[in-house]
Design a protein around this ligand. Structure first.
Ligand SMILES: Cc1ncc(COP(=O)(O)O)c(C=O)c1O
Length: 496
């Protein structure tokens, strides 16, 4: 782009006004130029017009332009040299981010496998989880309580006389009766504020996050994730070329500080009902803070409400989406936990003004389908089986949780902590900072118990130590004996 066209183009972009009303002018200019650089509309080395001429062309004060340029400079998007003005940097921040997140053997891997950089990240960012299912493996569920016969009957009913539309990809965001059933469920049990038009059926949370990343961000945009974080979300966001910015989690949930606020993200991925993996419930104050901040900066919040069905104590907390007055929250839910992961169905609730674009995007990018299963699931919910299945699972898992907490209680005498938490399908045992939690997990594995080290979910140098212990999969009668074995392993490891 020539200097003249850069000013014209900037003016048009700024007029298009895809900014929240309260966003200051310098942030709008900064955002617009940064996006142009990240999306390669402005290529490395391109000389930008002077702040004075841009200020005249755009009708802003020179200070506004100086502030925007200063931020671009601080973040490494532009470089300034006396005499040659300001140019787009040759090496962009996202290039550094990519370099830093990829394994050192990246280039070899790409050449050897023919994978793209994106493919290399997708395939190798974190170790593949082991699929050998053992007691206490987090994320594994017990399917023995699933009403298989009933489900088969509902599927058969759909297949007896399938309508042609049920065998197609399915337009309009998913099967309408299922969207209605989910809307009723979410209004009642999660205080989600929605109309049916705002719901899309996806093939699960992983796909919902991917759709949000593709439709709401451009390559290089900043996204806040929780530290520690759900690796599934992290991988999808990273593969989309986003700049991941880890935000610590304290006893009130995601805890952004001043340094975080200085560089607003485009997306915020969070698990407020039950932080994954730490299990913290986000406080009311933190919820308000995040919502207000997102509204003032025009950021989107992805609320992953992955296991809120399993609340064993206290009143269920309402969703972040239900508190949102500014339409900044996208609410993500899944049937993986209550039904079974292979059902590959989840839902995404978007703000009203995004509904049409998301339906089109879903169709264009992912060709959803699975309408027959969606129809069977709609009946499963409408006929009350979903609610009774959740009640049954809550009873089974609640009992397992109670037994596990009791069996693990002795670990608190050697410096481990068992934070109170009344929901979800796993417990966290917090270990002292100098403890090698990977080693403790290995020692547990030697006893046939599969637990995950908390540090494996952390990002950066200062990783919290602990163990993630799933109790959904282990048979109820095995929980107490296995829990005692695990407690002994921890006590022995911490006593050395
Ligand atoms: C935080 C979180 N979100 C989402 C999911 C799974 O969602 P889905 O199977 O629909 O992709 C999981 C699974 O463990 C999870 O831990």
């Amino acid at each position: 782009m020539e200097s003249l066209t850069i000013s014209d183009w900037l003016l048009t972009e700024l007029k298009l006004g895809r900014f929240p009303p309260r966003m200051p002018a310098h942030r709008r200019v900064y955002e617009t130029i940064r996006r142009a650089i990240a999306s390669h509309h402005l290529t490395p080395g391109t000389r930008l017009p002077s702040t004075r001429s841009l200020a005249d062309a755009l009708g802003f004060s020179r200070n506004t332009l100086l502030a925007a340029f200063e931020q671009l400079h601080d973040e490494g998007y532009v470089v300034s040299q006396t005499g040659s003005g300001t140019r787009v940097a040759k090496m962009l921040p996202e290039d550094y981010a990519e370099k830093n997140t990829l394994p050192t053997a990246t280039n070899t891997t790409i050449t050897a496998n023919g994978l793209s950089v994106r493919g290399t990240v997708a395939a190798g960012l974190v170790d593949q989880p082991s699929y050998e299912v053992q007691p206490f493996a987090p994320g594994e569920d017990d399917f023995s309580a699933f009403p298989t016969q009933l489900w088969r009957r509902l599927l058969n009913r759909q297949w007896r006389n399938p309508q042609p539309a049920h065998l197609d990809y399915g337009h309009a965001g998913g099967y309408l009766p299922l969207r209605r059933a989910i809307a009723n469920y979410l209004r009642m049990s999660r205080a989600v504020n929605l109309t049916v038009e705002q719901i899309l059926i996806t093939s699960g949370t992983q796909q919902s996050i991917d759709l949000c990343a593709r439709l709401l961000t451009d390559h290089g945009d900043r996204v806040w994730i929780e530290n520690p974080c759900y690796w599934g979300a992290r991988r999808v966001l990273e593969v989309n070329g986003l700049q991941l910015h880890p935000v610590p989690v304290d006893d009130e949930g995601m805890a952004p500080g001043n340094a975080d606020f200085r560089r607003p993200p485009r997306l915020i991925y969070t698990t407020p009902s039950h932080q994954y993996p730490k299990g913290v419930v986000m406080s009311y104050g933190r919820r308000r803070l995040l919502l207000d901040y997102a509204a003032s900066q025009g950021a989107w919040i992805l609320e992953d409400d992955y296991d809120s069905e399993f609340r064993f104590e206290g009143r269920p907390l309402s969703s972040l989406q239900g508190m949102d007055q500014s339409g900044r929250v996208l609410y993500l839910g899944t049937f993986s936990k209550v039904m079974y992961p292979g059902i590959k169905l989840g839902y995404l609730v978007v703000p009203p003004n995004l509904a049409e674009s998301f339906k089109r995007g879903l169709y264009e990018l992912q060709r959803p389908g699975q309408v027959v299963i969606q129809a069977a699931l709609a009946e499963f919910i409408e006929e009350g089986h979903f609610a009774s299945h959740i009640r049954r699972l809550r009873q089974i898992y609640g009992e397992r949780r109670r037994l596990l907490q009791k069996a693990l209680a002795p670990v608190t005498s050697v410096g481990a902590r068992l934070p109170p938490a009344g929901s979800g399908l796993h417990l966290v045992i917090e270990l002292p900072p100098d403890c090698d939690d990977v080693r403790v997990a290995e020692l547990a594995a030697e006893q046939g118990l599969h637990v995950y080290p908390l540090s494996g979910y952390g990002i950066g140098e200062h990783r919290e130590k602990g163990l993630i212990v799933g109790y959904a999969y282990a048979a109820t009668e095995r929980i107490a004996p296995n829990g005692r074995i695990l407690a002994d392993v921890i006590r022995a490891a911490l006593s050395h």
